[in-house]
Design a protein around this ligand. Sequence first.
Ligand code: HEM
Length: 129
Amino acid sequence: MGDRRLDQPLILYLHGFTSGPQSKKAQALARRMAQRGLAERTAVRFRPLVYSSIAALIVSGLYRIISTPGHSPRYHALLGVKLLLAAHVFAVSALIVKKDSPRRTRLMTGAAISGFAIIAIASYLRRIF
Ligand code: HEM
């Protein structure tokens, strides 16, 4: 981290065993981040990464579908569920990096849940044809 500019914020958040989003520490950090506009700045920085990741996942996923034909109906049904969940993750990710996006934390939780489900389905798809 030698070239990190000193005027850039660095947050080291040590998560306690019993602390949660409603804890004093988390609330104080959220207030401080809001005062400094950190959530907005972080969202703006992540925007290009989010859009290029979506494009890369669509291109590589379509390539994979086209290059391996002949799958079973069960495979296609599960792939359809995975694609719907992926569409949910993409839409929510675009909303998260939008300017002044309300309910960012809630949206991120939804995207994470769908993301885990997608990975579970993808690993099952590898085993069936
Ligand atoms: C949030 C978005 C997505 C995530 C997190 C995700 C994740 C994954 C993972 C972890 C794999 C297993 C990779 C491997 O076998 O090494 C996979 C496979 C695959 N993905 Fe995705 N994916 C996403 C979106 C998409 C999209 C948009 C498409 C299609 C347009 C797609 C199509 C596929 C296909 C066809 C496979 C191969 C399944 C098989 O093994 O037969 N994925 N994905």
